[in-house]
Design a protein around this ligand. Structure first.
Ligand code: COA
Length: 320
């Protein structure tokens, strides 16, 4: 499949909030959060916006790839928490990085958003419609939380990750995606409710609601299955994979996936301890950390996997 990641970038808000700090605001404990999720702290936007972090991550990815703004002909932003209903986050990024030759649009596939973007870029490359894509996952989830609901607000964080993807013969080796809107109620957040002069009793703004156990069951079943399918499609054995970079929702989900795939947990780098769950931004931020730490060599096989609200999921086997 003709798409290779050639550069990465990420950005996090300056404010870092530990579990202990959260105890001052919410009826929770560091011990509960750590033991149930592995999360120790998360970054929370105060001055930053989804677009400002997305632009920082995009510029870092362009620099890492050595790609100029004018070369980019496709920008796809995955997000569930853009600052604006319109223009799209992707158009905001385009305006800020001066990528005047790109077409730009958003994708809402929640925590699988970055991988859905990658898949669309690959399809554009295959059809000859683009050659150089900027894919971003960016979120300000802290504004989507009910900060009185301790079962959700402690899990999520804010940030952005980005990658430059180029048309290439040897990049993505296998990619699978799926959606199940029939189970979408497990993780929801309403947009603005209908409110106009003709509505008798307008409803209030709503926040993120989650059936944690249903999402957990979905993840531990679907993620290993989708990774196995992507590996089969790529003709790659799990043992050949250097790193499995999974959406950073919960350490117990990652451990369960490693066990089901029969792979050592050391092959599953994590940063959820420091970042929490950042939905569409989780996978590209983790990829940027692994890339910048020098752990990836050209030719390495890696797996990316995202899953979340929709329900949506995707897994890709890549040659670095
Ligand atoms: N601090 C302290 N106690 C908390 C708490 C918190 N932050 N959040 C919930 N609790 C309490 C609950 O009130 C409940 O108390 P009760 O038994 O007295 O009613 C107890 O902890 C257990 O709650 P429960 O929801 O059953 O916990 P759980 O073991 O299922 O763990 C999750 C909750 C969210 C950690 C777990 O379901 C999970 O990881 N799900 C997947 C979520 C996910 O990854 N979502 C994103 C996917 S993109």
């Amino acid at each position: 499949m003709p798409a290779r990641i050639v550069g990465t970038g990420s950005a996090l808000p300056a404010l870092c909030i530990s579990n202990q700090k959260l105890e001052e605001y919410i009826d929770t404990t560091d011990e509960w959060i750590r033991s149930r999720t592995g999360i120790e702290e998360r970054h929370i936007a105060v001055e930053e916006t989804t677009a400002s972090m997305a632009v920082s991550a995009a510029k870092a990815a362009m620099e890492n790839a050595g790609v100029k703004a004018q070369e980019i002909d496709l920008i796809i932003a995955g997000s569930v928490s853009g600052d604006m209903c319109f223009p799209s986050l992707a158009c905001q990024i385009q305006g800020a990085v001066l990528a005047e030759n790109a077409i730009a649009f958003d994708v809402n596939a929640a925590c699988a958003g970055f991988l859905f973007g990658l898949s669309i870029a690959e399809a554009y490359f295959t059809s000859g419609m683009a050659k150089t894509a900027l894919i971003i996952g960016a979120e300000t989830l802290s504004k989507m939380m009910d900060w009185n609901d301790r079962s959700t607000c402690v899990l999520f964080g804010d940030g952005a990750g980005a990658a430059i993807v180029k048309k290439d013969e040897k990049g993505i080796m296998g990619l699978v995606q799926g959606s199940d809107g029939g189970r979408g109620d497990a993780l929801t957040c309403q947009n603005r409710p209908v409110n106009n002069p003709f509505v008798k009793n307008p409803t209030d703004l709503d926040y993120t609601k989650m059936d944690g156990q249903a999402v957990y069951r979905f993840a531990v079943k679907t993620v290993p299955a989708s990774i196995t399918q992507a590996l089969e499609k790529a003709g790659v054995d799990a043992g050949e994979v250097k790193y499995f970079l999974l959406h950073q929702a919960n350490i117990r989900i990652i451990e369960a996936v490693a066990k089901k795939l029969g792979q050592p947990i050391e092959k599953f780098p994590t940063n959820l301890q420091k970042c929490g769950n950042i939905s569409a931004a989780s996978v590209p931020i983790l990829l940027d950390y692994v890339n910048k730490s020098g752990k990836l060599q050209k030719g390495d096989r890696i797996v990316l996997a995202g899953f979340g609200a929709g329900l949506t999921w995707a897994a890709a086997v890549l040659t670095w």
